[in-house]
Design a protein around this ligand. Structure first.
Ligand code: PLP
Length: 450
């Protein structure tokens, strides 16, 4: 039976149930052990914000397949667009041939990116491909080889983007040497400011440090192709910088002729309550990378640059599958839904959830910080609010407890729980999630685990 998108979780077996257990045992023998599964969910079908497992348990999905199913699971309009396109033309390779929908989506995306300047679009299939394109384009256009990236960043796992990634060392272990020329600096993590400052009064020391000591001592700025930044840092812990962080990054970039690359793979596509997270800060990228929520679950990514920057010649970069017609049809349907209703819903539901969780730090001593924009919300767990000692074990326990109660959430960073539901959630579902989290946190505290 299909779950009703407006109903709430219902757990009918022990978890994992018998059918899920059987799948997991088979998975264990044949699937790459490099995958990280937080809990034993074996999904069978989904609708809206609900996912049903193979044993008939129904979950409220506050992970959205890692922030991907922006319009919810199997939105009827997205499904119809996919079905229609699959019967017309599944693949032609837009790198060698033309088809109109690719142009249509590029025109749409180019017009959506803030800045009001002409832009060109390169299509790929994943976030990491969007970033590889951004890296190569930045080198190609500037003729420079060096990059500045941020601690805690996640930009992907292929050999170019992996060099920029810096959220966990397991992602790099045994894969050296990396692409040379990447220099990491502290992100604007205002809860744990690397310079001991407060966001209201700081002088954006984290950006000043790019000029001094980095540029002054080790990295000639005229050799830097791009500064690469997530407008809201995702895998690093759902960190929201202050607006002046972006003002300063733009100043530094312009002063030294450096490109500013925004990785909106996780924070883009309406998740934060605006189409792109950078719009919250009136920040304009030279190059922006999109993926995840762009096509509601079909593989698609876009690297969008100012037209005069995307000046590479035929053959410089391409992909057989990038921008395939079915993914593009899903994306066009997704964008229509986002613009018509879901970005507004993300803003409304996000504000509601954050209002309801604002008192979590005073109610639960294990909560150090609650932060976010729209439906990109992080809850950071600490052992001690005064020392801010991280509590990764409590975070993992909280994620597990939520699963047992029918709420799917994921971790981000060492000790943060991330809420990244589909943008279709109802108020009832938002309240269920907040109540479940509150109940689990109370339990964590009374159990004395804290
Ligand atoms: C900000 C960001 N950039 C890039 C990526 C890589 O995307 P993919 O896993 O599709 O390669 C991710 C994935 O989580 C991400 O969050």
């Amino acid at each position: 039976m299909h779950p009703d998108r407006h109903t709430l979780p219902s757990i009918v077996t022990s978890l994992p149930g018998p059918l899920a257990t059987a799948v997991i045992q088979r998975d264990d023998k044949v699937i790459s052990p490099s995958y990280t599964r937080s809990y034993p969910l074996v999904a069978a079908r989904g609708e809206g914000a609900m996912v049903e497992d193979v044993d008939g348990n129904r979950f409220l999905d506050f992970s959205a397949g890692i922030a991907v199913v922006s319009t919810g699971h199997c939105h009827p309009k997205v499904v119809a667009a996919i079905q229609h396109q699959a019967a017309e033309l599944i693949h032609m390779s837009g790198t060698d041939f033309y088809y109109e929908s690719m142009v249509q989506l590029a025109e749409k995306l180019a017009g959506l990116v803030p800045g009001g300047v002409p832009r060109r679009v390169y299509f790929g299939n994943s976030g990491t491909e969007a970033m590889e394109a951004a890296i190569k384009l930045a080198r190609y256009h500037t003729g420079r080889k060096q990059f500045v990236a941020f601690y805690g960043a996640f930009h992907g796992r292929t050999m170019g983007s992996l060099a920029l990634t810096s959220s966990k060392n397991t992602q790099k272990k045994n894969f050296f040497p990396m692409m040379p020329g990447v220099h990491h600096v502290p992100y604007a993590d205002c809860y744990r400011c690397a310079y001991g400052k407060h966001p209201d009064t700081c002088a954006v020391e984290c950006v000043k440090a790019i000029e001094d000591p980095l540029f002054r001592t080790v990295l000639p700025p005229e050799e830097v192709a791009a500064i690469v930044v997530e407008p809201v840092q995702g895998e690093g812990g759902y960190l929201v910088p202050p607006r002046k962080f972006f003002d300063e990054l733009r100043r530094v970039a312009d002063q030294y002729g450096i490109l500013l690359v925004f990785d909106e793979v996780q924070c883009g596509m309406g998740r934060t309550g605006k189409m792109f997270a950078c719009e919250h800060f009136d920040a304009v990228p030279d190059i922006v990378a999109l993926a995840k929520g762009i096509a509601s679950g079909l593989p698609l990514s876009a690297t969008i640059a100012r037209a005069e920057i995307m000046d590479w010649k035929p053959g410089a970069h391409a992909s057989t599958f990038g921008g395939n017609p079915v993914s593009i049809a899903a994306s066009l349907a997704t964008l229509e839904l986002l613009e018509n209703e879901l970005i507004d819903n993300a803003a409304r539901m996000g504000a509601h959830i954050q209002n309801r969780m604002a008192d979590f730090p005073s109610r639960f001593p294990v909560v150090g910080d609650v932060r976010g924009l729209g439906l990109m919300i992080g809850i950071e767990l600490v052992r001690n609010q005064a020392t801010k000692e991280r509590a990764p074990d409590l975070r993992d326990k909280l994620v597990q407890m939520c699963f047992e109660r029918g709420l799917l959430v994921l971790g981000a960073g060492p000790n943060t729980v991330r809420l990244s539901p589909p943008l279709v959630i109802t108020r009832e579902q938002a309240d269920f999630a907040v109540d479940t989290l509150a109940g689990c946190l109370a339990r964590l505290v009374t159990d004395g685990t804290a």
